[in-house]
Design a protein around this ligand. Sequence first.
Ligand SMILES: [Zn+2]
Length: 353
Amino acid sequence: MKKGRLKNTKPKKGMFVKRKDVPCGNNSSGFIKYDGILPKGHPKFKSRDDFTSFRYKQHGNGWNLDGNWLYLSKITGKSNPIKIDIDNLPDGELKTCTLKKEGKQWFVYLTVELPENPTPSTPTNAVGIDLGLKSFITTSDDDFVEPPRFLRKAEKRLAKEQRKLSKMEFRSKNYQKQKQKVNRIHRKVASARNHFSHCLSKLLVEKYDLVVFEDLKIKNLIKNNRLAKSISDVGWNKLVQHVTYKAAERGKIVDKVNPNYTSQVCSHCGRKKKEKLKLEDRTFYCSNCGLEIDRDLNAAINILTKSSYYNPKWHTVGLAGINGCGYGTSTSGLGISSQVPSMNQQMLNLVIG
Ligand SMILES: [Zn+2]
């Protein structure tokens, strides 16, 4: 494309321009008079890098899947299908198939129409989840999962490579190479984060009928420390999303509650502290009933009891522990804290390798 040509594509007032959202039938020409406002469908500049994917719209018509073998019309023919790696393709009707080039690799995106979700049954056990910084999550059963540090490492590296990229001459050979490198880290970070989130959400949904989170939109409004931004936000959002859809598939419930005061209220007697806990305060101490408890656990229990689905008859492990001796000292929760570290190691390898 010659330089300056794009400028000329801008229509002059009074000119007739074609708009893409008007179908060109016999009666309508599809042209409208330009009055100074650009209509939809005005030609936009598309980088050559934008054209890296294409889609087959209907299963059985152009594309087919047989086990791990993918047949694509005009590309593979019937005798030489492509072998693809699929894990966990859900049962359902196959719809579209999109091929996308990311870096040097090609990826296949399949869409599947799922059968309708079962209606949720009355929950018999439940968990409240505090999303935090010291622990990525703390459950009301006194389980916690460390924040995925491998992501921090990878993000640091990503930032470094991105800085390098920004100093290079746009579209030069080195720029292209560096861009590939950055994209590769991006993909690895994304897939590691996905993997972590999928594992954790699966554990939670399999164990509990009702999972109660803080409403993240409100949480983000009320928190005021810069630390909380960035990585954790992305991770929490992903986790909540994953838990929500996994729960829906299994007929379980996810509830979101307003996180206001969950860290200031005593989970035992319900008395609200006047002052906010400082960031470095790890323990919640109630002067009214003498409860001394981990602050995240206290918040997690408050989150659970705030839910409209909450039934006081439930004896979750964390709550029972508190009622018994005043401490949430149970160790027999979900056991996720013991299951997740091995995952971390796995993902660390994924990022480094
Ligand atoms: Zn109290």
